[in-house]
Write a protein that binds this ligand. Structure first.
Ligand SMILES: Nc1ncnc2c1ncn2[C@@H]1O[C@H](COP(=O)(O)OP(=O)(O)O)[C@@H](O)[C@H]1O
Ligand SMILES: [Mg+2]
Length: 270
């Protein structure tokens, strides 16, 4: 049995079940269980694709892996330690998130340079000169020309904003990134560029990704392993090509059927 620590950085869910609290409109009604007995491991250097239709529990898994929610049963571990017990700052240095909507996730009143400097400032990393140098390097790494530093999010396209969101997530040099539908709000041709950027950054930095999407074709493009979620249960998992080209579960086959109407990202990228 391999200990998690010997794998390097990793985030894992271990027999995890979850239900949201009872507060809300119908406090006397028992809260439904959202996730059932989930096992999931995302090691550095690998991409796990999490796919399922809207409401299947994908974003809830993201929040559990970030330590924003605590499991009802089972464990959520970062580098082998319970996430819930870890200080928020320590978590933020190791695991970061890219959201679906690059329009609402960037502060409209801050320039790109200010947005990218903020994580370094908050965590007290470096001085003004070294922070400016880090911002320049990171903008280059995500394919943003230096002139964008002084611009505001509204002056950028959706794809450029998502590059900013990825750069911001990487400023503290985490080993793990949770990407929750990061390309779903983008045009298909821009989706392919962002997927290719994520893969390039992974090769350069050895990052581990949990890549969440409702679109199995997008997940197949980027993932090593695919986990299929239906109604909060894992119904199929395996190597990406196997799940995509030889799906065993009827639900996976149905998800693939739903993607056949749109072109594959690699066809667009060619
Ligand atoms: N804050 C919340 N309180 C109660 N129920 C929630 C909350 N957030 C999500 N849910 C419910 O949890 C289920 C899974 O939601 P979510 O994780 O957002 O799924 P997905 O990301 O796959 O669309 C849905 O039934 C949703 O209505
Ligand atoms: Mg979601």
């Amino acid at each position: 049995m391999t200990l998690p620590s010997s794998l390097g950085a990793s985030v894992s869910l271990d027999g995890l079940s979850f239900q949201y609290g009872r507060a809300g409109l119908f406090p006397r009604r028992p809260a439904p269980r959202i996730l059932h007995d989930i096992d999931l491991l995302v090691p550095a250097g690998r991409t796990v694709g999490l796919v399922g239709e809207s409401g299947s529990g994908k974003s809830t898994i993201a929040k559990l892996m970030l330590g924003l929610l605590a499991p009802t049963q089972g464990r959520a571990l970062l580098d082998g330690q319970p996430l819930a017990a870890m200080p928020a700052r320590a978590r933020a240095r190791r695991i970061q998130m890219v959201f679906q909507d690059p329009y609402s996730s960037l502060n409209p009143r801050r320039t790109i340079s200010e947005i990218l400097t903020a994580p370094l400032r908050v965590h007290g990393v470096g001085d003004a000169a070294s922070r400016a140098a880090s911002v320049r390097r990171m903008m280059d790494a995500v394919g943003l020309v230096p002139a964008f530093a002084a611009r505001y999010p509204r002056e950028l396209s959706g794809g450029q904003r998502q590059r900013v969101a990825i750069a911001r997530a990487l400023m503290l040099e985490p080993r793990l990134l949770i990407c929750d539908e990061p390309t779903s709000a983008l045009d298909v041709s821009v989706q392919a560029q962002i997927l290719n950027l994520l893969m390039e950054l992974q090769r350069e930095r050895g990052l581990g990704y949990l890549f969440i999407s409702h679109n199995l074709a997008v997940v197949q493009h980027i993932a090593d392993e695919i986990v299929v979620l239906q109604g909060g249960r894992v119904v199929e998992r395996g190597p990406a090509d196997q799940v995509y080209f030889a799906p065993a579960h009827p639900y996976t086959q149905q998800l693939i059927g739903a993607t056949l109407a749109v072109p594959e990202p690699q066809e667009i990228a060619a």
